[in-house]
Every structure is written in C-alpha cells, then in structure tokens.
Design a protein around this ligand. Structure first.
Ligand code: ATP
Ligand SMILES: O=P(O)(O)O[C@H]1[C@H](O)[C@H](O)[C@H](OP(=O)(O)O)[C@@H](OP(=O)(O)O)[C@@H]1O
Ligand code: MG
Ligand code: MG
Length: 330
C-alpha cells in the first residue's frame, strides 16, 4: 500500500533511537492492515516539500523544527500535529509540567492526587540550605534538572539527605520532597482517550537517613521490566482505581493540550488513596507497553474519524477505555 491508497498517512520525525523503540515491525504491520502507513520525514529537506500527511508524529525539539512545522500547518491546516510544540514545551520543564496537576478538580473520583512539595532552584548553590529551610521542605529531597531535553543529563537525579550537602547541587534544578510509596510506581500511559497502566519498580522507601550527603541514582522506573509479575505486597501492587485514572487523564489531556504522554503516579505510603504525580513525559516509551500497537493504531483511526466528523481534530471527549495490565490479562 502506498500513500495514495492509505487511509491515514503518518509522517514521523523521530530520533533513530525512538524509531527503533517505537516503530516496531508489529506496529507497522498492524497499521498497514488498518490502512495506516508511516512515512519518515527527511529532516534535511524542507518539510513543505514533503507529504502530504494526515498526521505528523514528532519528538524533535529546536526552533528550526518548530518553524518548519508552523510553515507546513499554513499549507495544510488540517494536518494533526502530535503533539503541538507549545504543549510539549510545557512538560519539558519540571516546574511547569506539574502546575496543571495542582489545579485539578477530580470531582467524584475516588482518591486524591497532589504534587509533592517542590522548589525551583536557579541561584547560588550556597543559598540552597536557607532557601529550603525557609520553604519548609522536608528531607530527603529528590534533586532533578529543571529542564527535560531528552539528554541523559536531564535524567540525572539524586537524593539529598541533609541540608549541608545541598550546596553541592548544580542549579537550575527542582528539589522535590521524597514521598515513601512502597517501592512501586504506576506509569499511566495516555494515548488519546485510552489509558494504559503498568507497574514499575521504583526507589525503596526511606525510613532513616540511608547515608549522608547527596546520592545519585540510576533511572529506576523507565526500564522495560514491569513489576506486574513481581512478588509484591498486594495492597502496594493494587492498581489505582479506574475511575480515578479516567478523571485524571481526561482532565490533564485538556489542561496540557497533549494526546500522547504518561504520568508517573505514586501512592503515599504504598497503600490508601492519596496519590502524587511526580513526573509527566511527552511521547514516552510506548513500545514498552504490551499491546501498544493496538492502542496506537486505534487512536490514529479515531483521530482520522474525528477529523471527518469535525472541521478540525479536537481532543476526543468520549469516555476513556481503560486497558489494564492485570498480571493475568497477558
Ligand atoms: N518525589 C518523589 N518521591 C519518591 N520517589 C521519587 C520522587 N521523584 C522521583 N522519584 C523516583 O525517581 C524516579 C525518577 O523520577 P522522575 O520520573 O521524576 O525522573 P525522570 O528523569 O523524569 O524519569 P523518566 O522520565 O524516565 O520517567 C521515579 O520513577 C521514582 O522512582
Ligand atoms: O518508562 P517510560 O516510558 O516513562 O520512559 C520514557 C521516559 O519517561 C521519557 O519519556 C523518555 O523520553 P525523554 O524524557 O525525552 O528522555 C523516554 O525515552 P524515549 O527515548 O523512549 O523517548 C522513555 O522511554
Ligand atoms: Mg518519570
Ligand atoms: Mg520524566
């Protein structure tokens, strides 16, 4: 099938690493069966000379690319850009990414969702202890680079266990209170109006000062290894309630203006119904989610359908289908 006979032509501008992890053969094969083809955008040529595309799927930053996208949208106003660069920019800063969470009104949903207390530090590291004390942040604190730009550096996190060591940190960063959560984190993947939940291993609880100073830690939760089959305390492993995830994803999709993102959700103390969102990621590692190829191709078909039904593809507001990763659902 070529572009002329396809139902949906998706132009993609992704790094080679992302292409390898996302555009797997099982996605492309299923997509073709559904009349969807993926066409690589040649980033060395003007975008306006390529296409036409029904959808542009991208995870490229930079002013030049934004200008190319804007120019293309002038020529093809009906193209769906997944997702709009301004909305992506909003979640590539660890302060602005969580601001919308603080405004959530989860009416009638079981559970409470907050953001850990956090502070943006941009000034002289020597002033950090007094700034933290003044803000009343409780140790230990997770230190995270303020800007998320896809580099390993922007994922270089550390745990600070005492005030004094804070002066060794390198602003600009966010200091976020560490919340004990039973060592399990829920990755809530939102693809249009579908929500997929997986459990991941997380940092262990901190009951006493494990050590003084600042301890850097590796990327614990973005490994593909899901914790779904691990021998976990059932209460800690219990997935958040469906209706909470429904409300959360629907409201955040509208507030963030994104259709392709995930939330890192932790449950305070590992049990109960008080949750914290500690991170939001645009176009995350969907390829790690079992069955993602079905979710993503259905999402693209929904997009195409909503384009024909409405003048411009707005965010779908029909109820989400929660696809849950129950261990026995595999
Ligand atoms: N406030 C917190 N309380 C408890 N644990 C935390 C907190 N913030 C981060 N963590 C732990 O550190 C891990 C990485 O944090 P975070 O997700 O913010 O970093 P990231 O670089 O954006 O990671 P990725 O984008 O790969 O998900 C989390 O998965 C969790 O295990
Ligand atoms: O386990 P997940 O899917 O959350 O891991 C994601 C991670 O959350 C970030 O979205 C990464 O993107 P950057 O923040 O730009 O580094 C993803 O990397 P990518 O190469 O897949 O885009 C991780 O998969
Ligand atoms: Mg994260
Ligand atoms: Mg992240």
């Amino acid at each position: 099938m070529d572009s002329s006979s396809a139902k949906i032509v998706v132009g993609y501008a992704l790094t080679s690493k992302k292409i390898k992890s996302f555009l797997k053969p099982k996605l492309e094969v299923l997509a073709r069966k559904k009349g969807i083809i993926f066409v690589a955008i040649d980033k060395s040529r003007p975008l306006r000379e390529q296409g036409p595309f029904d959808v542009i799927l991208h995870k490229i930053t930079g002013r030049e690319w934004r200008l190319q996208l804007e120019d293309f949208r002038q020529i093809y106003p009906d193209v769906v850009v997944l997702d709009p660069p301004d909305a992506i920019q909003h979640v590539r800063n660890r302060q602005s990414m969580l601001q919308e969470v603080a405004k959530l009104k989860l009416r009638g949903c079981r559970g409470q969702v907050d953001v850990p207390k956090q502070l943006v530090i941009t000034g002289d590291p020597a002033t950090i202890p007094s700034v933290v004390a003044k803000a009343g942040l409780k140790l230990p604190l997770v230190a995270k680079p303020l800007v998320v730009d896809g580099t390993a550096q922007s994922h270089a996190l550390s745990l600070a266990f005492d005030e004094l060591c804070l002066t060794s940190l390198s602003p600009p960063l966010v200091l976020q209170e560490f919340v004990n959560h039973g060592g399990v984190l829920f990755k809530v993947y939102i693809v249009g109006d579908s929500v997929r939940v997986v459990r991941r291993f997380s940092l262990p609880d901190v009951h006493k000062q494990l050590g003084n100073g600042v301890i850097a830690f590796p990327r614990v939760s973005s490994a593909a290894a899901s914790a779904d089959d691990a021998d976990l305390d059932p209460e800690v492993a219990q997935l958040p309630p469906c209706e909470l995830l429904n409300c959360l994803s629907k409201e955040l999709r509208c507030r963030l203006g994104l259709r392709l993102f995930n939330l890192d959700l932790i449950r305070e103390g590992g049990t109960g119904d008080h949750y914290y969102i500690i991170d939001i990621n645009y176009f995350p590692g969907l390829g790690k989610v079992p069955g993602y190829e079905h979710v993503f191709t259905d999402f693209l078909l929904n997009l195409a359908q909503s384009k024909t039904e409405k003048p411009s593809a707005s965010l779908p507001d029909n109820p989400e289908d929660i696809l849950r990763d129950e261990p026995n659902s595999k």
